[in-house]
Ligand binder design. Structure first.
Ligand SMILES: *Cc1c(COP(=O)(O)O)cnc(C)c1O
Length: 339
């Protein structure tokens, strides 16, 4: 079997949710968009529901349908993109709550699904999704299950945008009686002014920054298909990007950019054989990596790219990206196992 093994520690996901919940005195939801940050929306939703989460957030209605199928009736499933044309049947049949983003969505929702639950997403300064202050009025919120907004810079605690977005959100929502939410993982860590009635962590549940105390959730082990010895001057992989300067043992492992190990990792990322670091040699191919394993006396059956020696954020750093992108890119070819 040549597929890599992505092992998902459910107890770590549950522990991360409880740890974020313990940071506040308010309800803690769980964001499971992008197929549960690449780990499997059904699996992580069930794990989080068992841990105690009663509210879930997804990006689009189609994701909400999958989460509802996994969870069954009961938990609240909120949709960040709101009510898009064509969403009515999915929202109704699967009891999804759209976070409406604009007056046109509010009109569409009231016409298509009168009496169906909705929340309102407000723009407090990120300029991405939500009602602009001039389009929003308090009477719109009388039936809303939630009013929410999102912070642009919550992973930088000292960034001035945090205070200005907080002020803008309060200016739009002070005095409203419905529940309010502003914080994702980063906002949860900014302190209680940002907590309101509900927090919405995502990445921290899956072991990523900015929740630096998160327990790691994933390990990823890649099978070695073949090893060979290169003489000085021989090259490995596309574009001959790696050249041996001494006798070099190269292991070819099964996973590549089609599995989310992006080409930007070429020549910079590291894998591990137990405790020993072994560097990538040359370019990442679609399905293969070539790894310099000269340091090893014995080449194991698998090399590890995510695990105790390398978190998603450390691998992201090597590739010039963020842990979120590494997680959500983890491909469908891996065998996902529960740890
Ligand atoms: C993705 C997202 C979240 C979760 O963010 P994390 O940084 O992963 O915790 C919360 N709210 C909104 C609106 C989002 O788009």
């Amino acid at each position: 079997m040549a597929t890599g093994t992505l092992s998902i520690d459910q107890s770590a996901i549950a522990a991360n949710w409880r740890a974020l919940d313990a940071q506040t005195h308010v309800e803690t939801a769980a964001v499971v968009k992008a197929d549960g940050y690449g780990l499997g929306a059904g699996l992580v939703s069930e794990t989080l529901a068992k841990a105690g989460a009663r509210q879930f957030f997804v990006a689009v209605a189609e994701e909400g349908v999958a989460v509802r199928k996994a969870l069954g009736p009961g938990p609240v499933i909120n949709v960040f993109s709101g009510h898009m044309a064509g969403d009515a049947a999915a929202l109704r049949d699967h009891d999804l709550t759209p976070m409406l983003n604009a007056p046109e969505q509010l009109t569409r929702h009231r016409e298509a699904l009168p009496g169906h639950a909705f929340g309102l997403q407000l723009d407090s300064g990120m300029n991405r999704l939500g009602f602009e202050p001039e389009d929003f009025s308090a009477d719109m919120a009388t039936e809303a299950t939630l009013v929410m907004s999102h912070l642009a810079c919550a992973d930088e605690p000292d960034h001035a945008a945090n205070a200005s977005q907080l002020k803008a959100f309060r200016a739009m929502t002070d005095g409203l009686s419905c529940p309010k939410s502003l914080a994702a993982t980063g906002g949860t860590l900014l302190g209680k002014d940002f907590h309101f009635d509900l927090t919405r962590p995502g990445v921290g549940l899956y072991g990523g920054l900015p929740f630096s105390q998160a327990k790691p959730v994933v390990t990823l082990d890649l099978p070695v298909i073949q090893t060979r010895l290169l003489q000085p001057g021989e090259t490995a992989g596309y574009a001959c990007a790696f050249t041996a300067t001494k006798p070099t043992k190269i292991a070819t492992v099964s996973a590549g950019y089609a599995d989310g190990l992006i080409r930007a990792m070429s020549g910079t990322a590291t894998l591990y054989a137990g405790d020993i670091a072994v560097p990538l040699a040359g370019r990442v191919s679609m399905d293969l990596l070539t790894v310099d394993v000269t340091a090893l006396d014995h080449v194991p059956e698998t090399l590890q790219i995510l695990g105790p020696h390398q978190t998603v954020d450390q691998l992201a750093e090597a590739a010039g990206t963020i842990g979120y992108e590494i997680l959500t890119s983890l491909g469908g070819r891996y065998t996902r196992v529960l740890a």
